[in-house]
Design a protein around this ligand. Structure first.
Ligand SMILES: O=C(O)[C@@H](O)C(=O)CO
Ligand SMILES: [Mg+2]
Length: 261
């Protein structure tokens, strides 16, 4: 059965950050992912994770002023990326987490080949640093509607990058929301890339709300993940229509509870 993880940048976001861990655990989530928890106290977050018996999954590399979508694939910013990555290693290690999503960044049309080469080199260096801590690096293709100009947009492109990086601890984060927008054919593409996939995320398309509306049938998708042998967590990275608890009906078959009040 798919194991659901709460993305606490999106879910329970009506609460202060430290209160979201308990809310996720109370709803039945067994794991959490955090995105950008750089302004929070790592020890307090770790204590909340342990207190509520949660598995801590991953964080993202931090955004920079003028570069909210990262710099891992931006030529000329390699030393800044190395520093950003070290910061992510310290934080995720303090949280007891497992993965760092390295955001590639926005690259102008004429520089995309150079951007990919930069991305590959940066990922190689980062992978070697990550290996020393037993960490996995994730790269995630994002859709061009929400992120115009983002370097990494399709699962096929991510697979080609991973092929060039040649490091087993660098993997693809397959977000069904983004990949539906960038070509669809979700189950065939997921299956084709499964050996490279390190994490999965879901949200309705096009609303990015609870995965119980829109053009993707997530009951079918989640059953397929099981059938195809995906053993990782499924990150719930959606924007709740209202209170998170009130929209969890879709997750009941997967062990997460709906609101009782
Ligand atoms: O899908 C997304 O937007 C995220 O997974 C992410 O990490 C980039 O913000
Ligand atoms: Mg995502």
């Amino acid at each position: 059965m798919p194991r659901l993880a709460a993305n606490l940048a999106y879910l329970f976001a009506d609460r202060p950050p430290l209160d979201r861990f308990g809310a996720a655990a109370a709803a039945g989530f067994r794991a959490v992912e955090l995105q950008y928890p750089y302004d929070q106290d790592p020890a307090a977050m770790r204590a909340a994770i342990v207190r509520h018996g949660l598995v801590m999954l991953g964080i993202n590399t931090a955004p920079l002023p003028g570069a909210p979508s990262g710099i891992a694939g931006v030529p000329g910013r390699e030393s800044e990326f190395a520093a950003l990555f070290e910061r992510a290693v310290s934080l995720v290690t303090a949280l007891g987490g497992r993965t760092i999503h390295c955001l590639a960044g926005v690259v102008p049309e004429g520089e995309r080949e150079a951007g990919e080469a930069t991305f590959v080199e940066n990922l190689r260096h980062a992978a070697d640093r990550a290996a020393a801590h037993g960490l996995i690096i994730l790269i995630e293709p994002l859709n061009t509607v929400d992120r115009p100009g983002y370097l990494l947009t399709r699962a096929e492109q991510a697979a080609a990058i991973l092929d060039r990086v040649e490091r087993a601890n660098v993997r693809m984060q397959f977000d069904f929301y983004h990949q539906q927008i960038m070509g669809g054919d979700l189950l065939r593409r997921f299956e084709r890339h499964l050996p490279l996939i390190g994490h999965v995320q879901i949200a309705a398309v096009p609303s990015r709300a609870e995965p119980d509306e829109g053009e993707v049938n997530y009951a079918v998708v989640l059953a397929a993940l099981d059938r195809l042998g995906y053993a990782g967590f499924v990150g719930c990275e959606y924007v709740p229509r209202g209170r998170t608890e009130d929209g969890l009906g879709w997750a009941a078959p997967w062990g997460v509870a709906t609101a009782v009040s």
